[in-house]
Design a protein around this ligand. Structure first.
Ligand SMILES: Cc1cc2nc3c(=O)[nH]c(=O)nc-3n(C[C@H](O)[C@H](O)[C@H](O)COP(=O)(O)OP(=O)(O)OC[C@H]3O[C@@H](n4cnc5c(N)ncnc54)[C@H](O)[C@@H]3O)c2cc1C
Length: 216
């Protein structure tokens, strides 16, 4: 990974239990869907985070959850405005073109799609977002306002009016048609990505139309 540059935190706010949005000034250009490496000191091996902000915004935002016992995230969550972090240049190829597509995300896997959305490339996209609880449907209000009936939020551990109850896999499997000519972008846990990929392939979507990023 390229060298890490020091940056000063603007804010680091808990947006849902155990989930934080960290912001710092943007000092590079990026393509929505790309990731950066973040560390708390320059000697440490950075962890990767998808950029969740739009590519014209003056700040970079990332969305992360605390992993208990993790090397970075428990300490990262204690940092405050004015503290330093070390950040790499952006990189990565999870990039969505202009064509119509399905976006499927669970958990913090919503981050690259949030970046695409805030960068203005969601007009012909359908977004299926899942998490265990409604509080983990990050950026939901903005997606509801900006994507309307092309946005499908879902939860697996609580039944909430207006939200699909069940996994994103079940939601997709219940769809009568899944257009094999579309591209399907998947981001989240390995389990979700593998299960949804297999379903899409079973339903006739060519392998090359499934584009995936796994957060591990
Ligand atoms: C392309 C990509 C993009 C990503 N984007 C995001 C994002 O936008 N948001 C996000 O939240 N995450 C993202 N991730 C995941 C992120 O990079 C980190 O892996 C995550 O935040 C955990 O980091 P950590 O240092 O806190 O935990 P780690 O130190 O990596 O530990 C993770 C878990 O493993 C356990 N563990 C560690 N070592 C051991 C061991 N030896 N034996 C058993 N258990 C162990 C820890 O207790 C902890 O629960 C992304 C990953 C990839 C690959």
């Amino acid at each position: 990974m390229k060298t890490l540059k020091k940056s000063t935190i603007i804010s680091n706010l808990e947006t849902a239990p155990g989930a934080y949005i960290l912001s710092f000034p943007r000092s590079f250009d990026f393509v929505p869907g790309q990731v950066i490496g973040i560390a708390m000191n320059p000697e440490e091996k950075p962890r990767l985070y998808s950029i969740a902000s739009g590519n014209k915004e003056q700040v970079i935002r990332i969305l992360y959850t605390i992993k208990p016992g993790g090397k970075l995230t428990p300490g990262l969550a204690r940092l405050q405005a004015g503290d330093s972090i070390f950040v790499s240049e952006p990189f990565g190829g999870f990039i969505c073109g202009e064509e119509p597509a399905f976006w499927v995300a669970t958990g913090t896997g919503i981050a690259p799609f949030a970046s695409m959305f805030y960068s203005g490339v969601s007009n012909n996209k359908v977004l299926i977002q899942g998490n265990r609880f409604a509080s983990g449907l990050y950026f939901r209000e903005d997606f509801e306002k900006g994507m309307g009936n092309r946005y499908f939020p879902s939860c697996t551990r609580e039944e909430v009016e207006g939200l699909y109850y069940g996994r994103v896999l079940k939601f997709l499997s219940e769809k009568e048609t899944l257009d094999p000519g579309l591209k399907y972008y998947l981001c989240g846990s390995a389990e979700m990505v593998v299960d949804v990929r297999d379903l899409l392939i079973e339903r006739g979507v060519p392998f090359e139309n499934v584009v995936a990023e796994i957060f591990f």
